[in-house]
Design a protein around this ligand. Structure first.
Ligand SMILES: Nc1ncnc2c1ncn2[C@@H]1O[C@H](COP(=O)(O)OP(=O)(O)OP(=O)(O)O)[C@@H](O)[C@H]1O
Ligand SMILES: [Mg+2]
Length: 606
C-alpha cells in the first residue's frame, strides 16, 4: 500500500509524520530534530536554504530570509494583515499580478505558495530519506479558521512541491485525532491551539467507534507567538529610544537580532520568572559610538505586555461555546496544542475558563503532524477505523442587491456539503449573470472575504424571469469551495468562468511546479556530485598513503616504474578535476581509475 505522509505546515515550525505498522511516528530531519523551522533563505551566492540552516543565518541575511510566510498565504495585497507584516518583517513583501502577495529574495520574486512549497519539499525529502523510497501522497494541515483562499493557496503549495495532496485537514481536528486514536473514549473535547501565527479553538465529540465530529470551530488566523514577540520588541524599542534617542527600526540586522532575543526571552520566561536581554553593539551612532541594548524582562511584565492577546483567545473560546449552545461543564477534556501553550499564563487562563486542568501527555509540537499521518493512512486503507466529520468555519454566501450578503451555507455546517440556489434573469434577453461569492459573518458583502466572481454566460435569450439556472455551491472535505450551474429547462450545464481573486492561475501553478521540480533534480544532482567528490578525495588520500610503500616494493620490477608513474598521473588528473570541476560522466571515469589504482596497490602489498 502506498505511503502517505502527514505534514504540519506551521508558521514557525513544520513537522512530518508517517504511520508505521499502525503507529504514527514523527520523522526527524537530518540534524535529528523532530521539527524544522519554516524558514526559507537565499544566500548571496544564490543558494537556497531551508530550516535550521536558514534560521542560523537570518541575522546577517535578514532581507533575504523569509519567516512566517504562512501569515501571508492566500491573503490579498490590500488586507490589513499584509500591511502589518510589511512593517513587522525584514524581507521584501511586494504586490503580485492578481493583487496578491509576493516575496522578493535577491533578484527573484516568488509567490507565497512557492515559498511554502519549498518548506513542503524539504519535509518530503526528510520523509524520503527516512523511508528510503519516494513519497508523493500527503495530507497537509491548515488552521481550522482558514478561509477558502487560504486553503486553495495551501493546496497550491502542495502541488508546486510535487505532492499529491489527498486531503487538507484542520490542525485542531488532526490534534484531536492523534489524541483520541485507539483510545476508545466517548468525550466532548476542546482543542485550544495557539501556535506561532494562528489561533484555533475546536470543540469535538470523540466517539468510541472512531468518529471524530467537530461541533464548532473558531479562531483568528493572525494571532500567535509572532504577536507576542512583537509586543516584547515594541517594548524594547521604546525603551532604547528613550535611553539613547535612537530608533532601531531602520536597521534590519538590529531588528532581526531584537526579534530573536524577544522570542528567546519569551520562551525562557515560561520556565523562569526573570531573564536578561543582552544585545551588545546593537547599533553604532553617527559618531561611531557603539550602543548596547541591555535590560531585564520579568514574567509579570511579559504578561502585562501580552495580556490582551491571551484575552482575545479566551473571548473567542467563550463565544464559540455560546454559539454551539454548550456550557463550560459540557467540555470533558481540554487539549493544548502549539508552542505558545507552554506559556504559564496561557495555561492558567485556559484552565480558568474551562474550569479544568488541560490533559497532559500530548506533545504540543508533534500532535498535529501525527494526526495528519493517521488520517493519511486511513484514507488509503481498505477499511478505515476512523471517520472525521469537520465543519466549515465561515458562512458561505453571495452578494445580493444593495451590497448585502446572503448566506447559503452557515458556519459550522458539516462538510462536505452543498447548497443549490435558483437564479432568474432580471432583464429581457439577458445573456449573462455575475455572481460574487463571499465568506464571512458580516451582513455587508464588502466586509466579507471575496472568494471569486462567477459569471454565468451563454444564457438563452428570453423575456426576463423566464430563464432559471440552478447554481450549486459545494464545500468539499478539504473545506474548499466549488461552484457549478445548470439551466433548469434544458438541463444543460452552464459554463462558469472563475476569475482568480488573489490566488494563482492553473498555468502559474503548473509553471511553478515545473521549476520546483527542476530545482529538486538540480539539487539531487548537486548532492550526488558532492558525494562523488568526497569519495575521490578519500581515494586520493589512501593512494598517496600507500604510494611510498608500493614504490619501494616495485622498484626493481620490469613494469614497476611505469605503473607508479601511471598511478601518479591518475591522482594528478583527479586533483585537477576536483579543483576545476568536470561533468558528472567524467567524474565517474575518474572514480573508476582511482578505485582500480587503489586495488592494484593493495594487491601489490599483500
Ligand atoms: N517554552 C515556550 N514558551 C513560550 N512560547 C514558546 C515556547 N516554545 C515555543 N514557543 C512559541 O511557540 C510558537 C511556535 O509554536 P508552534 O511550533 O506550535 O507554531 P506553528 O505550528 O509553527 O504555528 P501555527 O500553528 O500558528 O501555524 C513560537 O512563537 C514560539 O516562540
Ligand atoms: Mg501549529
Amino acid at each position: 500500500m502506498e505511503r502517505v505522509i502527514g505534514i504540519d505546515l506551521g508558521t514557525t515550525n513544520s513537522c512530518v509524520s508517517v504511520v508505521e505498522d499502525g503507529v504514527p511516528v514523527v520523522i526527524p530531519n537530518r540534524g535529528g530534530y523532530k521539527t524544522t523551522p519554516s524558514i526559507v533563505a537565499v544566500t548571496e551566492a544564490g543558494k537556497r536554504l531551508i530550516g535550521h540552516i536558514a534560521k542560523r543565518q537570518a541575522i546577517t541575511n535578514a532581507e533575504n530570509t523569509v519567516v512566517a510566510a504562512k501569515r501571508l498565504i492566500g491573503r490579498k495585497w490590500n488586507s490589513p494583515q499584509v500591511a502589518t507584516s510589511i512593517a513587522m518583517y525584514q524581507y521584501r513583501i511586494v504586490e503580485g499580478p492578481h493583487a496578491d502577495v509576493r516575496i522578493q529574495l535577491r533578484e527573484k520574486i516568488y509567490s507565497v505558495p512557492e515559498i511554502s512549497a519549498m518548506i513542503l519539499q524539504e519535509m518530503k525529502i526528510i520523509a524520503e530519506d527516512y523511508l528510503g523510497e519516494e513519497v508523493s501522497k500527503a495530507v497537509i494541515t491548515c488552521p481550522a479558521y482558514f478561509n477558502d483562499n487560504q486553503r486553495q493557496a495551501t493546496k497550491d503549495a502542495g502541488l508546486i512541491a510535487g505532492l499529491d495532496v489527498i486531503r487538507v485537514i484542520n490542525e485542531p481536528t488532526a490534534a484531536a485525532l492523534a489524541y483520541g486514536f485507539g483510545k476508545k473514549i466517548d468525550r466532548l473535547v476542546a482543542v485550544y491551539d495557539l501556535g506561532g501565527g494562528t489561533f484555533d479553538i475546536s470543540l469535538l465529540e470523540i466517539g468510541s467507534e472512531g468518529v471524530f465530529k467537530v461541533v464548532s470551530t473558531a479562531g483568528d488566523t493572525f494571532l500567535g507567538g509572532e504577536d507576542f514577540d512583537a509586543r516584547i520588541m515594541d517594548w524594547l524599542l521604546a525603551d532604547f529610544q528613550a535611553k539613547h534617542g535612537v530608533d532601531l527600526r531602520q536597521d534590519r540586522m538590529a531588528m532581526q537580532r531584537l526579534k530573536d532575543a524577544a522570542e528567546k526571552a519569551k520562551c525562557e520566561l515560561s520556565a523562569t520568572r526573570q531573564t536578561e536581554i543582552n544585545l551588545p553593539f546593537i547599533i553604532s551612532t553617527g559618531r561611531n559610538e557603539a550602543l548596547h541594548l541591555q535590560c531585564q524582562l520579568t514574567r509579570e511584565k511579559l504578561e502585562e505586555l501580552t495580556g490582551d492577546l491571551i484575552q482575545q483567545t479566551i473571548d473567542i473560546c467563550a463565544n464559540t461555546l455560546d454559539e454551539a449552545g454548550l456550557d463550560i461543564e459540557d467540555i470533558e477534556d481540554v487539549v493544548l496544542v502549539g508552542g505558545m501553550t507552554r506559556m504559564p499564563k496561557v495555561q492558567e487562563r485556559v484552565a480558568e475558563l474551562f474550569k479544568r486542568e488541560p490533559c497532559k501527555g500530548v506533545h504540543p509540537d508533534e500532535v498535529v503532524a501525527l494526526g495528519a499521518a493517521i488520517q493519511g493512512s486511513m484514507l488509503v486503507a481498505e477499511k478505515s477505523e476512523v471517520m472525521l466529520l469537520d465543519v466549515t468555519p465561515h458562512t458561505l454566501g453571495i452578494m445580493v442587491v444593495g451590497g448585502f450578503f446572503e448566506p447559503l451555507i452557515p458556519k459550522d455546517t458539516t462538510v462536505p456539503t452543498s447548497q443549490t440556489k435558483t437564479f432568474t434573469t432580471v432583464r429581457d434577453n439577458q445573456t449573462a449573470v455575475k455572481i460574487l461569492v463571499l465568506q464571512g459573518e458580516s451582513e455587508k458583502a464588502e466586509e466579507n472575504e471575496l472568494l471569486g466572481e462567477f459569471v454565468l454566460t451563454g444564457l438563452r435569450r428570453a423575456p426576463k424571469g423566464e430563464v432559471e439556472i440552478d447554481v450549486t455551491f459545494e464545500i468539499n472535505a478539504d473545506g474548499i469551495v466549488a461552484v457549478s450551474a445548470r439551466d433548469l429547462e434544458t438541463g444543460q450545464e452552464q459554463s462558469i468562468t472563475v476569475t482568480a481573486s488573489s490566488g494563482l492561475t492553473k498555468e502559474e501553478v503548473k509553471e511553478m511546479a515545473q521549476s520546483s521540480h527542476e530545482y529538486l533534480v538540480e539539487r539531487r544532482r548537486g548532492e550526488e556530485a558532492e558525494k562523488a567528490n568526497q569519495e575521490a578525495e578519500t581515494l586520493i588520500g589512501e593512494i598517496e598513503r600507500y604510494m611510498p610503500q608500493v614504490e619501494e616494493v616495485v622498484r626493481g620490477s620490469e613494469h614497476g616504474p611505469e605503473a607508479i608513474s601511471k598511478a601518479k598521473e591518475v591522482v594528478e588528473h583527479a586533483r585537477n578535476a576536483l579543483r576545476s570541476g568536470v561533468p558528472d560522466a567524467e567524474m565517474k571515469e575518474i572514480l573508476d581509475s582511482l578505485r582500480r589504482t587503489l586495488r592494484m596497490f593493495k594487491a601489490v602489498l599483500t
